[in-house]
Design a binder for this molecule. Structure first.
Ligand code: 5GP
Ligand code: ZN
Length: 139
């Protein structure tokens, strides 16, 4: 299996590492969307969210929180942080090893999501909630 993030974790590929423990690694994104953009990855390979052990997901999120705190308390001016995770090609996933993007934000940094919010009725929202609840129950 060819996975660039597994190569980084194993030390076969270069990365600028910010944090490493038994379960997760955080390193700088090679093509940052904002200054300081980094990625948090589980060490155990999981191509997508459905393959990810929820325990590893907890560790990835906890490491993301830790790094976000460090970014906010660091020397560079950081006024906010976005977390972003793409699951599936249509969602923008390009590397098929789960990773949490951690994006330090400053006013006017140019980063933004392009989505236009819709205005569904309560009936539409209730219908959507009911369909999702049914899938949760049948899991
Ligand atoms: P995705 O679109 O899958 O959510 O994001 C993949 C991210 O991985 C991109 O932001 C891309 O810049 C980053 N990336 C791809 N290859 C490498 C690499 O070899 N090293 C590092 N550090 N980041 C990478
Ligand atoms: Zn991998």
């Amino acid at each position: 299996m060819n996975c660039i993030f597994c190569d980084i974790i194993a030390g076969r590929a270069d990365a600028s590492i910010v944090h490493e423990d038994d379960d997760v690694m955080a390193f700088m994104d090679i093509r940052p969307w904002t200054s300081g953009h980094l990625l948090v990855v589980p060490k155990r390979h999981a191509a997508n969210l459905s393959e990810l052990d929820p325990a590893d997901g907890e560790k990835v999120f906890a490491a993301g929180q830790k790094v976000a705190r460090a970014l906010r308390g660091g020397s560079a001016p950081v006024e906010g942080v976005n977390f972003f995770l793409a699951d599936g090609a249509v969602a923008g996933q390009e590397v098929f090893h789960v990773h949490l993007h951690v994006l330090p934000r400053t006013r006017g940094d140019g980063f933004g999501l392009r989505g236009v919010p819709r205005s569904p009725s309560r009936e539409d929202l209730d219908g959507a909630a009911e369909r999702i609840r049914a899938s949760l129950v049948s899991e």
